[in-house]
Design a protein around this ligand. Structure first.
Ligand code: PLP
Length: 397
């Protein structure tokens, strides 16, 4: 048959999906596999949000929606940006989408020409690279290791900037590391960026509400940054609404218009009853989000304490999201007698086949020394998984 486009041929398959597939195979063979590889909360959507969607269906909210989102939701997002983040957007600067992922894709499609450089702060969320490439851009990776808490310095950022640089993309709180850029750290990055007015920041704040440290800072709230930042957020993580497919951006008007234009010719407006329910999610805050955040924080402590008991693992102290990204490189070169561990891919695969615990190799996120452990799992599962990991690693010599 004829071939698929170069665009698709140049695309990497998601590593997370590959691990899930292997885990499924082991399960089919009767093994009890614990999955710590997922990027979604294990909680259900709060009841009052579900009720709002059901009500919307009964009210006949089943038609096409305006491309940039229903007005009550965009109004609620304007208020949210103002009260939570100190960002002053007008309603026509808000574009609602089918998930933060679509907002990221829209922003890249709107901003990148072939050959333009997209600076991506690593460890990065896997899709940034593929989305930038899909949009014709060239990913330029700036890496930060565990010794700098996985956060790039202003010096590193500046060194990566060329006259082809068009966007800088990062998430804070971060997937995969759980690191959070402090206000001061963002200010230092903004100071560099102010010298390069042609660069637009794409700030992915989807994990904003899962933050155990200082109050979240939006880089757009810093001096001079509002007019050159696309702030991306959504409902998947903080509200446990991954399946609802709803995200949004606040952006300079010219970018918001471009994104609405793209959406108008590709997916149209997002799901009608999801949007109605999202208004309630933003307007009627419930305790559940607080409870979820506290639960994640408790699990983080559990997982990091247990990881620290394992010799040779360097354990960071993440302050957000629901991931931990330990450095496991001291195991490289060791062997169980059957399996030799050469890198993070081998390490993650060894944990899956030997301990029946699914994690994700750091190589998927631009870091070859670490693995990502998601603690969006019950305490019981986490305890068992970490005990199994410890036992499996004791076999490596
Ligand atoms: N950005 C980051 C950093 C993520 O980890 C994810 C989900 O894994 C997304 C965006 C996608 O969010 P959504 O479900 O809203 O598309």
């Amino acid at each position: 048959h004829p071939k698929v486009s170069d665009r698709v041929q140049n695309m990497n398959e998601s590593a997370t999906i590959k691990m899930s597939q292997k885990a499924r195979e082991l399960r089919a063979q009767g093994h009890e596999v614990i999955s710590l590889s997922l990027g979604e909360p294990d909680f259900d959507t709060p009841e009052h949000i579900k009720e709002a969607a059901i009500q919307a269906l009964h009210d006949g909210k089943t038609k096409y929606t305006p491309v940039p989102g229903i007005l009550p939701l965009r109004d609620a997002i304007v208020d949210k940006f103002k009260s939570d983040n100190g960002l002053e957007y007008s309603v026509n600067q808000i574009v609602v989408s089918n998930g933060a992922k679509q907002s990221l894709a829209n922003a890249c499609l709107a901003l990148l020409n072939p050959g333009d450089e997209a600076i991506i702060l690593a460890p990065y969320w896997v899709s940034y690279i593929e989305i930038a490439k899909l949009a014709g851009g060239k990913p330029v990776v700036v890496s930060a290791g565990i010794e700098q808490d996985f956060k790039v310095t202003p010096k590193q950022l500046e060194a990566a900037i060329t006259d082809k640089s068009r966007v800088v993309m990062f998430s804070s709180p971060s997937n995969p590391t759980g690191s959070v850029y402090s206000r001061e750290e963002l200010e230092a990055l903004a100071e560099v960026l102010r010298k390069y007015p042609n660069i637009i920041v794409i700030a992915d704040e989807i994990y904003e509400h899962i933050n155990f440290g200082d109050k979240h800072t939006s880089i757009a709230s810093l001096d001079g940054m509002l007019d050159r930042t696309v702030t991306i957020n959504g409902f998947s993580k903080g509200y446990a609404m991954t399946g609802w497919r709803l995200g949004y951006m606040g952006a300079p008007l010219w970018i918001a218009k471009a994104c609405a234009k793209i959406q108008g010719q590709t997916t149209s407006g997002a799901n009608s009853f999801s949007q109605e329910a999202a208004v309630i999610a933003l307007r009627n805050k419930s305790d559940e989000m607080d409870i979820m955040r506290k639960t994640f924080e408790k699990r983080k402590r559990l997982v990091s304490d247990k990881l620290r008991e394992i010799p040779g693992i360097q354990v960071p102290n993440p302050t957000g999201a629901f991931y931990i990204f330990p450095n496991v490189s001291s195991y490289f070169g060791k062997s169980s007698g059957v399996t030799k561990i050469a890198n993070a891919d081998d390490f993650a695969e060894y944990l899956l086949t030997e301990a029946h615990v699914a994690t994700v190799s750091g190589s998927a996120f631009g870091n070859d020394d670490c693995i990502r452990i998601s603690y969006a799992a019950s305490e019981k599962e986490l305890n068992t998984a970490l005990d199994r990991i410890k036992a499996a690693l004791e076999k490596l010599k």
